[in-house]
Ligand binder design. Structure first.
Ligand code: AMP
Ligand code: ZN
Length: 140
């Protein structure tokens, strides 16, 4: 997808309006247009990346370093009791907009929001193999 076709690139450039709460050298944050709760924001890199895995540690790290302050400000503004940080990476993970974005969603006790979380039994041999494989993928 070219930047001209990407809705979040168009928000970054100012072509499409958004209710911005933060702008830095390499990221912006703005209110989600269809929030799961009032105050739901998206933290977005200015550069176009489909996946977090395409971003350098420096650029991703800089963007993600704003999460503590953003979460704190959202909780204060909404009198929330907590917040969720969510990144849907890939269609299978629920990503609809193919430009990296981190959801920051304020939560209140008993708000009824949630998601399916069905833990599976851990197979020891499979887990050992996976541990080795992931460690090798990290260059260990
Ligand atoms: P995801 O399913 O993780 O790709 O989430 C995409 C999010 O982008 C959804 O929560 C949408 O409500 C939000 N969204 C889409 N278009 C806009 C827009 N123009 N301004 C603000 N948020 C948007
Ligand atoms: Zn984009």
């Amino acid at each position: 997808m070219s930047a001209g076709e990407c809705i979040f690139c168009r928000i970054v450039s100012g072509e499409i309006p958004a209710r911005r709460v933060l702008e830095t050298d390499n990221c912006i944050a703005f209110l989600d247009v269809s929030p799961l709760a009032p105050g739901h924001c998206l933290l977005v890199p200015k550069g176009h990346f489909d996946s977090l895995a395409q971003m350098s540690a420096e650029v991703a790290g800089s963007m993600l370093s704003y999460l503590p302050a953003l979460g704190k400000a959202i909780v204060a503004a909404t009198q929330a009791d907590g917040f969720n940080v969510l990144l849907n990476d890939g269609k299978a993970a629920g990503q609809v907009v193919p430009h990296v974005h981190v959801h920051v969603i304020p939560r209140k006790e008993g708000d009824g929001l949630g998601y399916r979380w069905h833990p599976q039994a851990l197979d020891d041999a499979a887990a050992d193999a996976l541990r080795r494989s992931i460690e090798a993928g990290l260059g260990g």
